[in-house]
Design a protein around this ligand. Structure first.
Ligand code: SF4
Length: 416
């Protein structure tokens, strides 16, 4: 089945219009004031919508109110958040399909795409928006399938954004057993799909995605459409590179535990969660850097193992959840061996560094919080000797001057 061509789409915004928008087509009158975003839900739980409304940097409100300098105002058409319903919600979508919306549009799909286009005409559907067909002459009272909307809006869209893992990779609806024949937007449109501006499908995975990842990507795409920013970098699966190149593990607050070979026994423990099923070392996601909401929280930060929800293999390739990934026996085992040694060496350094130079001179730690402080043992002193040799090799040990420093006279004043 070929993509429809949209009448007049290029006249407003498209590859055929040579001027405006950084030479990428669009209005001859310069940058745009308005961009429509059509949010469409396929096989979805609405979690991505909830995640988007929790975004703070930028927030949905920032985008809708045009609060970001140089960005066009976003007019969001959302089946749940839209103030208007019914005909009022559907009218702009029909206008977009017919090519007379009068402004460019981006389509965000939440949820996977069911296989209902394979049904004989009029023989049911898995998801629908509005009713009555797409043709003004049509007298049908049947609901309009989501899949028809996706197909009809595709050629005229400035960009097609798959929001969440279901839209990006099929996700939970496409897990083993998949009774709706669900698939990702890329699977549905095929590898040759390009938007009116020549952009392939953009994927923002996550179940649900970090809200900021959604708004940040929309913002970056809009800057590009304004002719201000370059097309942001995407990886070979259409993920924003700046958000999805690094693994969870590299930025995880528990990575230090992993390195020292200390592992949690239960969810919620402080230590690294790899032995109770964390796949972070091989999962591309920025949840621990960006946080779940307002730069706070996120799976590992809250003590929960990473189950790979941003990845194309999710969920089947990560199950059973909460069982240690096969590779972790080797990497975790190795880190237990060398991590144990490193941990002991660090503890020795820490003991030395937890003492003021004055305490070294007086041999006393004036803390009322501990009944006694261990004085450095012979081993400590020997270690310290070699440690200093390495630390000050080819440099000056300013600390030596502390030896000549007079002991403060009002020290330990209460005993005087
Ligand atoms: Fe890596 Fe997971 Fe351990 Fe964090 S909890 S350090 S992501 S294995």
């Amino acid at each position: 089945m070929k993509l429809q061509t949209v009448p007049h789409a290029g006249a407003v915004f498209g590859a055929n219009a040579p001027i405006g928008l950084g030479g990428l087509g669009g209005s001859p009158d310069g940058p745009l004031n308005i961009v429509h975003v059509f949010w469409i839900a396929g096989m979805s739980c609405d979690g991505c919508s909830i995640a988007a409304t929790a975004a703070t940097n930028p927030s949905v409100e920032d985008l809708l109110l045009g609060r970001i300098p140089n960005l066009p105002k976003v007019v969001l058409h959302h089946p749940v958040l839209n103030p208007g319903a019914g005909e009022e919600l559907m009218r702009p979508m029909h206008a977009a399909v017919e090519g007379n919306l009068g402004a460019p549009y981006v389509v965000c799909l939440e949820g996977s795409v069911p296989d209902d286009m394979s049904f004989p005409t009029g023989d049911g559907y898995f998801g629908a928006m509005g009713w009555g067909g797409f043709d003004h002459e049509s007298d049908t009272e049947q609901p309009n399938r989501v899949t028809d909307w996706l197909w009809k809006l595709a050629p005229g869209a400035a960009a097609y954004v798959a929001v969440g893992t279901c839209a990006s990779w099929g996700g939970i609806p496409a897990a083993a057993g998949n009774i709706t024949g669900s698939m990702s937007l890329m699977d549905f449109l095929g590898k040759d799909y390009r938007s009116a501006l020549g952009v392939p499908v953009v994927n923002i995975p996550g179940c649900s995605p970090v809200g900021d990842n959604i708004t940040d990507t929309v913002q970056a795409v809009l800057l590009f459409l304004q002719g201000i920013g370059q097309l942001p970098a995407f990886d070979d699966l259409g993920r924003p590179k700046w958000l999805f190149t690094e693994t969870v593990h590299r930025h995880c607050p528990k990575a230090g535990y992993y390195e020292e070979g200390v592992f949690a026994e239960e969810p919620g423990d402080n230590e690294c969660l790899v032995e109770i099923g964390c796949w972070g070392p091989v999962v591309q996601c920025n949840i621990v850097e960006r946080g779940a909401i307002n730069h706070m929280g996120g799976c590992m930060v809250a003590g929960a193992a990473c189950i790979g929800c941003t990845m194309p293999g999710f969920p089947d390739k990560y199950s059973p959840f909460y069982k240690a990934p096969p590779g972790s026996a080797i990497s975790g085992g190795i880190s237990k061996v060398y991590g144990g040694g490193i941990r002991r060496l660090r503890r020795l350094s820490m003991r030395k560094l937890n003492r003021e130079p004055l305490w070294d001179n007086t041999g006393e730690v004036p803390s009322g919080w501990a009944t006694s402080h261990k004085k450095p043992t012979g081993t400590d002193k020997a270690m310290s000797y070699f440690y200093k040799k390495l630390q000050y090799n080819n440099s000056v040990n300013q600390g030596k001057r502390n030896k000549k420093q007079p002991i403060p006279q009002s020290r330990n004043i209460l005993s005087k």
